[in-house]
Design a protein around this ligand. Sequence first.
Ligand code: AMP
Length: 430
Amino acid sequence: MPSDLKAAKGTKDILPEEASAWQHVEETSRRHFALYGFEEIRTPIFEPTELFNKSTGSETDIVTKEMYTFTDRSERSLTLRPEGTPGVVRAALEHALLRKGEVERLYYIGPMFRYERPQKGRSRQFSQIGVEVFGSAHAAVDAEVMEMVLALFRKLGVAQSSLQVNSVGCAACRPRYRTALQEALAPYRDKLCPDCVKRLDTNPLRILDCKVPGCIEIRQKAPSILSFLCEECRQHFEQVRGLLDALGVAYQVNERLVRGLDYYTRTTFEVASSSLGAQDALCGGGRYDDLVASMGGPATPGFGFAIGADRLVMVLSESPGRDITAPPADVYVVHLGAAGLKEALVAARKLRESGLAARLDPDPKDVKKQMSRASAWGARYALIIGERELERGAYTLKRMSDGFQRELRAGDWDEVAREIAAGGGHAVGA
Ligand code: AMP
């Protein structure tokens, strides 16, 4: 009977067919980040609520509207993490990972939670792959980390991704821009959406990020933040751009690119894919030189990003000609009779020990049925252990692609494994 129990709105199950694409994305990211000297950190998925108020920012949409906050049985206010950076900073401070003069490079992979209106590419539980670099304010970090994201996307085969960069200045120069923005947009107060009317007073930079068509139109009147940068921020941005050029990274400057979190200083960036539709951002990040100190730590500059893994998997599974979802399926062990089953179990065990993916049907009907299961699984070979084979002390190894068969000596596992391996590598990544 079908159950009326369903996954909560804005959440989804990742079924086996899709899970292998996730594994591929996660494993490729891990290996890629390791090449750049990053190490993994795993932090809890819930944190004390005040962590996000203090870091993500009490005026942001995330904190004011989107957090899953609850009180536990001891009346503590806890929140399911809406983003990764605050927890990583907290952990780095708690475990004294940030040493003066040293650079710490960390990455994380895991679920985030935001109470948003679900649509394609936007859900309430989603996964992010993020990195944080602590301890260097140098523009080389910004350029190297952006190059790292683009190289990862290239490695994974993401088509049509583009990098946009901007600078949002620092605590010294941003207030002047804030005032200029308020002045420029105040005459249009009546035409802004209700959220932006509030933002005009509390957080006017966020108006540049609003998705309401009327607000998109009005912000054409906004001055460019780049003409308000102080000398240090201007130089930093120029250096970032020069280093991106030196690394051969193509980018566009988007002077309206501000991000939804309060803590960014100087560089902000986003990577979008035109194959995604309305929610086209694959990755966003930037520099946050004041965050660690504002959370009570020593003054420590930082730079980081988060990739939306759900969107990344979506882009890859929609790319034509890519088959990243095929798990390894080397050999299906076909057998008949009680003696055959015993031998087949041993065969599967031995072949797995040689690193081959092997499967068998413990409750088979006949050879034909097993052969059709072997093809449904996508097996490259069938190892047949029937009555005839057992009598002769042999196995039949059949190549599924063309039906070519060979008889091999029973129990000669090395020879069986060699023969299968010689027929081509694993299907994964093929
Ligand atoms: P943010 O943490 O808001 O800077 O977002 C970084 C990336 O996470 C975005 O570029 C998206 O790819 C992804 N992302 C953010 N919010 C969601 C969501 N609600 N559902 C799916 N992906 C998201």
